[in-house]
Design a protein around this ligand. Structure first.
Ligand code: FNR
Length: 393
């Protein structure tokens, strides 16, 4: 990634600014009201979202001097038995075609080009087979919105398809059994599943078990009544009520790769995941979109790392907006960081090239941040909590 900066002023003209904190503002002017409300919206008053951002400011990266190095910092990590060139992945984000007609395909291609793992959302607007093709040799993971137990046959079918299409880890999102109280979407009457183009339903509509379930229940094919089929799919992936810990056994039985629980915020839940032999957790509050008045995700990370940091792979998201944010989360103990809204802004501003620009910019920023702080790699021996100072800004 150092080449982004290494080429310095000779870098080809960027599709839009390198200034990461301007991406949202630029994208806001280029979106429909529905798309804007969906990506920028938060639960209720947005308190959790604001806390996510503020928490980063309390930590500072204290530089060391006269650290002799001959190369730019290494961003390499090892995760789920595989070496990855950088410590970021694209967070699962639903209905990406609302932001650009190429949606998931554009993101999957950009991620593959940058050797960044791509996480496919259960609420995607493009079938997983097509996304897998676009992602090619890239590393890809599948995010499950988990149907209620009565639809275990549908869950098993989704997992089977994911495996067959090269998705190598399963991310189970636990914080969204029902969509949050999001005033922006409520005001716009926006429901990604009940649009005339049924944009968040591609995974369901292409699933043979869902299709036969729909036919048995409604006496018609999906194509004959997109509206009914869309609400059926929504009611299956957002069942309204949560599973229990005991239900994870079913996933283990039907998935032979790593399982990662997304949406963990309490130490108790993190310990529970360890006890069950889960491979990873994503410390996340869904970017403040699900429950308001909750803690900053970074504050949760501090406590969870202290309790179980050496027992499970910890991935982090919610509020990451620049290279220093990635460095701080990793210094605290995250192994990897998910980029969420920023790449969606890139998609709005420039399609596949826009996503690529966002990902490269963030990694360029991270590289230079570490380099100038005298931190030679993202491994815990070089980048750890001793690299940080806490103050109450
Ligand atoms: C999301 N997120 C999300 N998570 C998930 O597990 N499945 C999904 O389909 C979605 N969809 C989605 C749509 C949009 C528009 C956003 C902004 C987010 C949550 C996402 O994976 C991640 O947790 C957050 O985006 C992190 O917060 P920030 O850093 O983007 O604010």
């Amino acid at each position: 990634m150092s080449d982004v900066y290494g080429r310095g002023l000779n870098y080809e003209r960027p599709p839009f600014t390198f200034q990461s904190n301007e991406w949202e503002g630029l994208a806001r002017n280029r979106m429909s009201q529905e798309a804007l409300g969906y990506v920028c919206g938060n639960a209720s008053t947005g308190e959790t979202y604001e806390k996510n951002r503020k928490a980063f400011k309390k930590w500072s990266i204290v530089p060391n001097r006269l650290v002799k190095t001959t190369s730019y910092p290494s961003l390499k990590i090892n995760l789920f038995g595989r070496e990855l060139p950088s410590p970021v992945a694209t967070a699962p984000v639903g209905v990406l075609r609302i932001f650009n007609p190429d949606g998931e395909i554009a993101v999957a291609k950009a991620a593959a080009r940058e050797q960044i793992p791509y996480i496919y959302s259960s609420a995607a607007a493009t079938a997983m087979e097509d996304v897998a093709k676009a992602n090619g040799d890239g590393v890809r993971w599948f995010q499950l919105y988990w149907p209620a137990n009565e639809y275990n046959d549908i869950t098993a079918s989704l997992l089977k398809r994911a495996k067959a299409n090269g998705f190598s880890a399963l991310f189970v999102t636990l914080d969204t059994y029902k969509l949050g109280w999001r005033p922006s979407d409520l005001n716009n009457g926006y429901n990604p599943f009940l649009r005339s183009d049924s944009i968040g339903t591609a995974l369901g509509f292409s699933d043979p078990v869902f299709r036969s379930h729909f036919k048995a229940k409604h006496g018609k094919e999906v194509e004959e009544d997109l509206h009914d089929a869309a609400s059926e799919w929504a009611s299956i992936i957002f069942p309204g009520f949560s599973h229990g810990w005991e239900d994870i056994a079913f996933l283990r039985e039907h998935w032979d790769g790593p399982i990662v629980l997304k949406g963990i915020q309490s130490v108790q839940d993190a310990k529970h995941a360890v006890e069950l032999g889960i491979e990873g957790i994503v410390v996340s509050n869904h970017g403040g979109r699900q429950q308001d008045g909750g803690p900053a995700s970074l504050d949760c990370l501090v406590k969870i790392v202290k309790a179980v940091g050496n027992k499970i792979d910890i991935i982090f998201d919610s509020g990451v907006r620049c290279g220093a944010d990635i460095a701080k989360a990793m210094a605290i103990g995250a192994k990897m960081v998910l980029i969420g809204r920023p790449y969606v802004y890139g998609l709005v501003l420039g399609g596949e090239e826009g996503v690529k620009h966002v990902l490269r910019s963030l990694l360029g920023d991270l590289t230079m941040n570490l380099h100038l702080a005298g931190i030679p790699s993202v491994s815990q021996k070089d980048l750890n909590v001793d690299s940080l100072e806490y103050s109450d800004y």
